[in-house]
Design a protein around this ligand. Structure first.
Ligand code: HEM
Length: 403
């Protein structure tokens, strides 16, 4: 089949369990123009260079009319994920100030105790069950609770965030067209409800500030001024979207990989201090984010003699870059103590993952506890059923027999 249909094949549900041979095919060339008008890039050094290239925009308003994704520009106020400098930098700076020193307490470090309690309670709930679903019973409920705690959403309000996060995530799919109305409507409805709730909470935190991140964001005025309510609402929702399904998939892909490599699982049980390195390797080997489809050149660019015209959709295949043998020795092997592991699983450049310290800590704490406490875990089906989303790729269920 032609290389011009690679995007279609990569995003085809039938290939979700194992898209890696397609990435190998993609890496045979530096840039693969697609029948749908987009351009795919999958070699490590090209992906890295493009992530750092100021000619590449993250703002869909730069898409040429009629090209994939162009119809999604202007859905409402944009989070900084979808903005370019200088707006991106201003909003990211304002948000970063509330994430840790020197301007605010080290929120991630101070959350260790709460995270440990969440993880312990979730694993306690698995005790005595012969068969568990790592997704529904553990990985899914965890990150939404974590982001609620980070922002300072009252505990009793958390359940509604779980429902909203589900609806929002369902709509992040590059194959979505404006015809997929049901999902789009549900996501819009969820976004509206979440926005209204957050706006109310922000007003409350302006009047009665606490020591949570939302209070900090609502009241801080540094050199960049203050976030207004719309910016604050939009960017809090970004934290939920960006930090939810990604973390679910890190934990689930992580357990799947360990169950496929029982010797590694045993090693980590014996040497828990290796878990942070193993999580890093998981971010390379089975990254939760496979494709970045939000990029557009703002001028014509040339890659290896191929012109990528201004306004065209440019898709950066992070999961392919992470398996590039030009960059990683034994790229298709899971090596839990890999050295020199500068993967792009958390992106790179100005949009590199804002939540990276939290993502790493969540992955480490969750996997360490599962490894320590699940007695004799065995995969029930391999491959497990996958969610349809090819961007945020991960199993829908991961059934494991224990005991
Ligand atoms: C950006 C991955 C968890 C917040 C990104 C990007 C990647 C990524 C690949 C780059 C996007 C781009 O270049 O367009 C992941 C993975 C995670 C994770 C794999 C979990 C394992 C989190 C968490 C949070 C978060 C927990 C929030 C607390 C963000 C934000 C951005 C981002 C706000 C946008 C940064 C910007 O545009 O400047 N993430 N992420 N992420 N991530 Fe994460």
């Amino acid at each position: 089949m032609s290389r011009a249909q690679l995007f279609e094949r990569i995003t085809d549900q039938a290939n979700r369990p194992n898209p890696y041979p397609l990435y190998e095919e993609l890496r045979e060339t530096r840039v693969a123009p697609q029948d749908n008008g987009s351009f795919l890039v999958g070699r490590y050094y090209d992906v890295m260079a493009l992530l750092h290239d100021p000619r590449i925009s993250s703002d869909l308003h730069n898409r040429g009319p009629g090209l994939p994704g162009a119809d999604r520009a202007g859905d409402g106020p944009e989070s900084f994920l979808k903005l370019d400098p200088p707006e991106h930098d201003r909003l990211r700076r304002l948000t970063t100030r509330q994430f840790g020193p020197p301007h605010s307490p080290d929120r991630i470090d101070s959350m260790r105790g709460e995270l440990a309690e969440l993880v312990t309670n979730l694993v306690d709930g698995l005790d005595g069950k012969g068969r568990i679903d790592i997704v529904d019973d553990f990985a899914y409920p965890f990150p939404v609770s974590v982001i609620c705690r980070l922002l300072g959403v009252p505990h009793e309000e958390e359940p509604r965030f779980h429902a909203w996060a589900d609806a929002l995530v369902a709509a992040i799919d590059p194959r979505r067209t404006s015809a997929d109305n049901e999902q789009v409507k549900a996501a819009q409805q969820a976004q509206m409800e979440m926005a209204m709730f957050m706006a109310g909470l922000i007003e409350d935190r302006r009047r009665n500030p606490g020591d949570d991140m939302l209070s900090g964001l609502a009241n801080d005025s540094g050199p960049d001024g203050q976030l207004n309510t719309v910016e604050l609402v939009t960017n809090s929702i970004l934290l939920f979207i960006a930090g939810h399904e990604t973390t679910v998939n890190l934990i689930t892909n992580g357990m799947l990989t360990l169950l496929r490599n029982p010797d590694v699982l045993e090693r980590l049980r014996a040497e828990p201090e290796l878990v942070p390195k193993a999580v890093e390797e998981l971010l390379r080997f089975e990254p939760p984010v496979h494709l970045l489809g939000q990029r557009t050149p703002i001028v014509d660019i040339e890659i290896d003699g191929v012109t990528v015209p201004k306004g065209s959709p440019l898709v950066l295949a992070l999961a392919s870059a992470n398996r590039d043998p030009e960059r990683f020795v034994d790229a298709d092997r899971f090596v839990p103590d890999r050295e020199d592991n500068q993967h792009v699983g958390l992106g790179s450049g100005i949009h590199s993952c804002f939540g990276a310290p939290l993502a790493r800590l969540e992955g480490q704490m969750a996997l360490a506890e599962l490894i320590r406490r699940l007695p004799n875990p065995r995969l029930v089906e391999d491959p497990p059923p996958y969610r349809p989303n090819p961007v945020l790729r991960g199993p829908r269920h991961l059934l494991v027999d224990c005991g």
